[in-house]
Design a protein around this ligand. Structure first.
Ligand code: SF4
Length: 100
């Protein structure tokens, strides 16, 4: 699981980020190329564009699930369980949180 403390400063401001555990495997860039790109100076991925469309959010969530080292984080909104399903239903914003 990504850690806010390890968030790379090169990420675009916003809820989605890559942390310093990234091993530069290319999965996220391949999955969501409009969200993730390589930081050539540092040899890792970063979020260069925060997901805006439902499609981008879905692909970012898919990348987060697939990241082999759990280096992708989302600070803002819950990733729906069916994020990898094209028929993921929209759900009303629910303020109940088990975060503690
Ligand atoms: S999938 Fe994870 S480890 Fe691979 S490049 Fe993306 S953030 Fe880095």
């Amino acid at each position: 699981m990504a850690d806010k403390k390890d968030r790379l400063p090169q990420n675009a401001p916003g809820p989605w980020y890559v942390d310093s555990n990234c091993i530069d495997c290319d999965l996220c860039r391949d999955t969501a190329p409009t969200v993730f790109r390589r930081d050539d100076d540092n040899g890792n991925s970063i979020v260069f564009h925060q997901p805006e469309t439902e499609d981008e959010k879905r692909l970012a969530a898919e990348s987060k699930e697939g990241c082999p080292v759990g280096a992708i984080g989302n600070d803002g909104e819950a990733v729906p369980p069916g994020a990898d399903s094209p028929s993921a239903a929209h759900s009303p914003t629910d303020k109940t949180s088990s975060q503690g």
